[in-house]
Design a protein around this ligand. Structure first.
Ligand code: PLP
Length: 390
């Protein structure tokens, strides 16, 4: 796109055509279907000879506006929006994989993605092999003749490890397989996986893209012919994003850059504070020099993001104790909200895993994950300080 504008401008000005009312801000098109002028208009529209909305399970002006922005912001060719991040991820596999296909994935993936790999995809004879974050040099040996997709998240959840996107892009290209990246933790403002060779980027828009803890959403962007298949899969199976959520999320994108910048300002300060605290063992934040993949993070991310993992000294009971003393921050399952959120994965999201399985994804007993919000930095740090000290 030669007329492409800067990131912030695309997020604000990549707007649908105004209606006859000349509204400034995009209106909400709460309509399940659309009308046609005559039989020929209807035939041509269904035959896709015309670019018209037919039914909101397929497309709607609000979802199209949201998707167009995401496509521009991720340097993608095309995209499609879903009800949730998991709907986006499942539809990607459903559309692009056949029975007998194989996925190579990093073990550190979102919990429901892990369940898809291990419980549901095998029902359709789609198998997967995991590599650990520090085993990226072994990926090529895991690729089989039936491998179709190389899959990863970076930064990972909840351990905030970094995978080298350039390396993954090169491996996928060499073996002629698709690289699918979950870019949820970074957002396109901090990281554009397509620039490193990703074919498809998936997102939970529920997180930083909404950024205000209001709506669920998901989006897939990437190469045109692949997105087309994913769109057709969704059109027939029905996990489309609602127009209302698209309207909210398109508005959210207008402030993504300023919000994420502030999240990063706050997160770096929190990470630096934690690193100096005597009751904290180990702090993982991509833009701290102590992060094991600091150089890779610097190469592929504009800034460090808003998620920090750290270890409270004293194991599970110390982790739980810390959470119980938190006063301002929230104990919640979400992330990427304006509100700072703390979670203790070993006793909550990953409690069903054995200790050995938790360690596979770097979740130690005292690990705490913080999604740093937009409250005043002094209040966030004071809250963490009193919870660590008492
Ligand atoms: C939350 C999340 C998802 C799933 O998104 P939903 O919108 O909750 O379905 C997928 N990947 C990552 C990395 C997430 O954090």
């Amino acid at each position: 796109m030669s007329s492409k504008k800067h990131f912030e401008t695309e997020a604000i000005r990549n707007q649908m055509e105004r209606s006859q009312f000349s509204e400034h801000s995009t209106p909400l098109y709460l309509t399940s279907s659309f009308v046609f002028d005559d039989a020929e208009d209807m035939r041509a529209s269904f035959a896709e000879e015309k670019d018209k909305n037919l039914y909101s399970r397929f497309t709607n002006p609000n979802t199209t506006e949201f998707v167009n922005k995401m496509v521009a912001m991720e340097n993608a060719e095309s995209g499609y929006a879903f009800a949730t991040g998991m709907a986006a991820i499942f539809s990607t596999f459903g559309a692009l994989l056949e029975s007998g296909d194989h996925i190579v994935s990093c073990r550190s993936v979102f919990g429901s993605t892990h369940t898809l790999f291990t419980k549901y995809l095998p029902k359709w004879n789609i198998t997967n092999t995991y590599f650990k974050v520090d085993e990226a040099d072994q990926i090529e040996s895991l690729i089989q003749p039936n491998t179709k997709i190389l899959y990863a998240e970076t930064p990972t959840n909840p351990a905030v490890d970094i995978l080298d996107l350039e390396l993954l892009g090169k491996i996928a290209k060499k073996h002629n397989i698709l690289l699918v990246i979950d870019n949820c933790f970074a957002t396109p403002y901090l990281q554009k996986p397509i620039d490193f060779g990703a074919d498809i980027v998936v997102h939970s828009a529920t997180k930083l893209i909404d950024g205000q803890g209001r709506v669920l959403g998901g989006v897939v962007v990437g190469r045109e012919e692949l997105v087309r298949e994913i769109y057709l899969f969704s059109r027939n199976t029905g996990p489309a994003m609602s127009p209302f959520n698209a309207w909210i999320l398109s508005k959210s994108l207008e402030t993504l850059a300023v919000r994420v910048d502030k999240h990063c300002d706050n997160a770096l300060k929190v990470a630096e504070f934690l690193e100096t605290h005597e009751n904290v063992n180990r702090v993982k934040y991509p833009f701290l020099k102590s992060h094991p993949q600091y150089e890779v993070a610097k190469k592929q991310m504009k800034r460090g993001g808003n998620i920090i993992a750290f270890e409270v000294k004293g194991g599970v009971s110390a982790g739980r104790n810390f959470l119980n003393k938190i006063k301002i921050c929230s104990l919640s399952a979400n992330l990427g909200d304006t509100r700072t959120i703390v979670t203790h994965p070993a006793s909550t999201t990953h409690s069903k895993l054995s200790e050995a399985d938790r360690l596979e994804v770097s979740i130690t007993d005292g690990l705490v994950r913080i999604s740093v919000g937009l409250e005043h930095i002094d209040d966030i740090i004071n809250d963490l300080y009193q919870a660590l000290n008492t």
